[in-house]
Design a protein around this ligand. Structure first.
Ligand code: BGP
Length: 466
């Protein structure tokens, strides 16, 4: 039995700052991510995001590889600093041309381009006026959205607003979107981003009435660490701040009283204007896209000394809020080489929870395993662990569809190797190996991994040959 819809969008994802490189080419202006790898916590190397996988100069070859795998869709982000030159909103035509070429090439190969409008790379000219935590941000995001809809609206059917809006609030300093030392109320930051998102959804309805638009947070089921009622309460608390508050804002048009009272108790109240409330109510999405890597397990903090060192490891682990909930290890699950828990059944659970709560079609925009892939003497990359990871997750996705979850597509992370947000080039995700390392750019040659051939077969059989 074929469980995947006929038009199911099989593909994969990337993001501009992790993939394009060429940070000073084609009129691109600086962004906060250009220097993220210079932070003391980042692995030392001469390369990092400056060159990334040099997709900017290899886009044609990269699209050809995607076409060879049989991709039906490709999710990539447009780099705001490649498109807009300054806070006055001047447009960089070379940037527009780059993305038009990329989109045309994808369409030529019958690959549906799926655009993330903003994936962490705030232009410096916005950071200089306070970054994502200001009204200036929401206004400039609306203007930027207008440029995107004007220039690409006739060719793009699916828009994704902001990648992992929830991680801006939960791990802003870890993912580099707030500079170290800058003190912000994370929930005010979240609210500004929700307003920015609402503005662009409203604009999309006007300018591209035939297009579909949705959010793209990072969502995962939260388990209770035990059957202690306190732990279940911690699960509800973390579920709310990890997952639901963002999706409620966009799908239900506002925040719950439980969330607002929680902020009051923590002394982190936020300012919301009448106009903003209206905007949230009038900007429902067409679908929900989300990134899934692993689940989370919650317990009520036993004492308040659990603290700081648990927080801020990366965007996937270590969420803890005193008196509210603490993320702990799940002993039932194995981990990747980089310590992320692997939970394929958790994927089915998450899909069901999201669908049950909002009843909107779902698109998976990230899922995958970061590993220290090795280019062996035979010139190949034998990444059987990646195939195994995908097999198990895709099986569970098929079961979720059988359960009744409506799904549009699956775009795992990542199409081709790129630079990890935290671990440099050593943590690889792609179906295609890029021949460079942390310290040496080598020839950047693209080499098909074993998973490339496996995914190609899977797509050709519309998910039957797992
Ligand atoms: C998500 C981000 C991606 C990517 C991915 C893998 O949170 O949207 O940009 O980085 O995680 O994370 P990492 O690179 O830290 O392994």
């Amino acid at each position: 039995m074929n469980k995947f819809p006929k038009e199911f969008l099989w593909g994969a994802s990337t993001s501009a700052y992790q993939f394009e490189g060429a940070i000073n080419e084609g009129g691109k202006v600086p962004s906060i991510m250009d220097r993220f790898d210079e932070q003391p916590t980042y692995p030392k190397g001469i390369t990092g995001f400056k060159h990334a996988s040099d997709h900017y100069n290899n886009w044609k070859e990269d699209v050809a590889l995607m076409a060879e795998m049989g991709f039906k869709s490709y999710r990539f982000s447009i780099s705001w600093p490649r498109i807009i030159k300054n806070k006055e909103g001047d447009v960089n035509n070379e940037g527009i041309k780059f993305y038009n070429n990329l989109i045309d090439e994808l369409l030529k190969h019958k690959i549906e381009p799926i655009v993330t409008m903003f994936h962490f790379d705030t232009p410096d000219f916005i950071q200089e006026v306070g970054g994502a935590c200001t009204n200036a941000f929401t206004e400039l995001f609306e203007k930027y959205s207008k440029v995107l809809f004007e220039n690409f609206g006739s060719k793009i059917k699916y828009w994704l607003t902001i990648n992992e809006l929830n991680m801006f609030a939960l791990a802003a300093q870890v993912i580099g979107v707030v500079p170290p030392g800058q003190n912000v109320n994370p929930w005010q930051l979240m609210h500004h981003l929700n307003v920015a998102q609402a503005k662009s959804i409203i604009l999309c309805r006007k300018m591209c009435p035939d297009a579909k638009i949705g959010p793209a947070p990072n969502i995962s089921t939260v388990y209770s660490n035990s059957n202690k009622p306190e732990d279940y309460l911690a699960k509800l608390n973390l579920d709310m701040v990890r997952n639901w508050v963002y999706l409620d804002a966009v799908c239900r048009g506002g925040y719950s009283s439980i969330f607002m009272n929680g902020l009051k108790k923590m002394g982190l109240e936020i300012v919301i204007t009448e106009d903003e409330n209206k905007m949230l109510k009038n900007s429902k999405p067409d679908f929900i896209a989300f990134n899934y890597y692993s689940t989370m397990t919650a317990q009520m903090p036993i004492n308040e000394s659990f603290k700081k060192e648990k927080n801020n490891k990366d965007q996937q682990t270590g969420l803890s809020i005193p008196g509210f909930g603490e993320a702990v290890k799940n002993n039932q699950l194995q981990k990747t080489q980089f310590g992320w828990e692997i939970d394929p059944i958790g994927f089915r659970n998450t899909l069901r929870e999201v669908y049950d709560r909002y009843q909107l079609p779902i698109m998976i925009t990230e899922n995958g395993i970061g590993a220290r892939d090795v280019l062996t003497k035979d010139g190949k990359v034998h990444d059987d662990y990646r195939i195994d990871y995908y097999q198990k997750h895709i099986e569970q996705m098929a079961l979720a569809i059988e359960d009744g979850v409506e799904m549009i597509g699956y775009m795992p992370w990542s199409a081709i190797d790129l630079v990890s947000t935290h671990e440099g080039v050593s943590k690889r995700y792609g179906f295609v190996y890029v021949n460079r390392d942390e310290f040496d750019l080598k020839d950047m040659k693209r080499i098909k991994k074993d998973s490339f051939y496996w995914y190609k077969k899977l797509i050709a059989s519309n998910g039957e040959e797992i």
